[in-house]
Write a new protein. Structure first.
Length: 369
């Protein structure tokens, strides 16, 4: 079973302490999980990595203006998400509350329900008021912000590890994916009971030993990707099943952050040692960057073009132009925080960008290019 699947690497089973992610526990042998089946993994020859030149600007250079600072967290912020129209920003980290900010007024609302650090937050691409969160308390929650209430909880009694990420399916209502620190990726289904007093219990409909870090659905296709140690596993989701396709390997250290472009064709991934752009459907590594500052924590495509990537490092972001083919240029980094930039999020319908940091602040930027 799973003979064609790449052998799991356990060299770096503990998350980078700098990135403040939960420690990985070994899988309980009394609860074996199905291993994915599919085509052999793709291992990248890292000599393919392109040289780069530093430039003061490019055709798609990002200027960040009109920044708004959101202060309220008392501990490092680890995750963020803007809703589709950019009117709401959710942030979370080493606190049990989810922070919800009105991006125009700056008004703060805290969502209470978790009992430990919150590792990920994610808005639905279909509904401005639907938010998911997951926590070290081994639960995930679905929030209806119009009701200011939890409408569903996701948990498994036998689960021993914290949830590490959560995401909504882009088109199928009630379908959610989670990962945990034991390396289990789960597909869930939930449906509202119509009773606002009690949230429904989500049902786990499929799980695999295949996802430890962020899991993210393509916004336009049936593909799902999940970080697992230093690789990215690619799945198709059909009829409630996770069907393993292949793995993408180019990172030497654990994958910390992954993000699709808005068309769902390209994927960018970041580990401490490098940032890589992929075309997951065709198992293609398009380009990779491992120049200064040499430590990377998050990444995102430019909101207006997939040829440009924004990379978060210590205190700053830099812009990497990876297209056209065989040309790679970097716009020098811009200092925007006083600590690690841990997450970059974009509004899918606008030109807003949010950054959050271990300096306990979130910032909202208007992109002018």
């Amino acid at each position: 079973k799973g003979e064609s699947y790449v052998k799991y690497s356990k060299k770096n089973t503990k998350s980078d302490p700098v990135a403040d992610r939960p420690e990985v526990n070994s899988m309980d042998p009394s609860t074996p999980r199905e291993e994915p089946k599919g085509d052999p993994s793709l291992t990248i020859d890292t000599t393919m990595m392109l040289n780069y030149t530093e430039t003061s600007s490019t055709a798609n250079s990002v200027e960040l203006t009109g920044d708004r600072v959101f202060q309220g967290h008392t501990s490092p912020i680890l995750a963020s998400s803007l809703n589709p129209d950019g009117s709401l920003l959710a942030t979370a980290g080493k606190e049990s509350d989810v922070f919800l900010w009105d991006t125009k007024s700056g008004k703060l609302q805290t969502l209470k329900g978790h009992s430990a650090d919150v590792w990920d937050v994610r808005f639905s691409a279909k509904r401005n008021s639907l938010l998911a969160s997951c926590s070290a308390d081994r639960t995930a929650r679905i929030w209806d912000l119009a009701k200011s209430a939890t409408i569903a909880t996701l948990s498994v009694e036998t689960q021993q590890a914290p949830f590490t990420s959560v995401d909504f399916h882009p088109t199928e209502e009630g379908l959610v994916v989670t990962t945990d620190a034991d390396g289990v990726i789960r597909l869930w289904n939930y449906a509202s009971s119509g009773d606002e007093r009690e949230p429904v219990e989500g049902k786990c409909i499929h799980d695999l030993n295949a996802g430890m870090k962020q899991a993210r659905f393509s916004p336009t296709t049936g593909l799902l990707v999940a970080g697992f140690d230093n690789q990215i596993n690619v799945f198709e989701v059909n009829n409630g099943n996770l069907n393993y396709k292949h793995s993408l390997i180019a990172h030497e250290k654990n994958v910390q952050f992954i993000q699709w472009d808005q068309e769902g064709k390209f994927l960018v991934s970041a580990s401490e040692d490098r940032v890589v752009v992929w075309e997951p459907a065709t198992q293609t590594m398009c380009s990779a960057y491992q120049g200064p500052p040499h430590k990377f924590f998050c990444c995102s495509f430019h909101p207006k073009t997939s040829s440009s990537v924004l990379i978060g490092s210590y205190e700053s972001i830099l812009q990497w132009e990876w297209m056209p083919e065989n040309v790679s240029s970097v716009v020098p980094k811009k200092t925007i925080h006083e600590g690690i930039v841990s997450s970059i999020s974009l509004s899918s319908q606008g030109n807003q960008l949010a950054t959050v940091s271990h300096d306990k602040t979130a910032k909202l930027w208007t992109i002018v290019s």
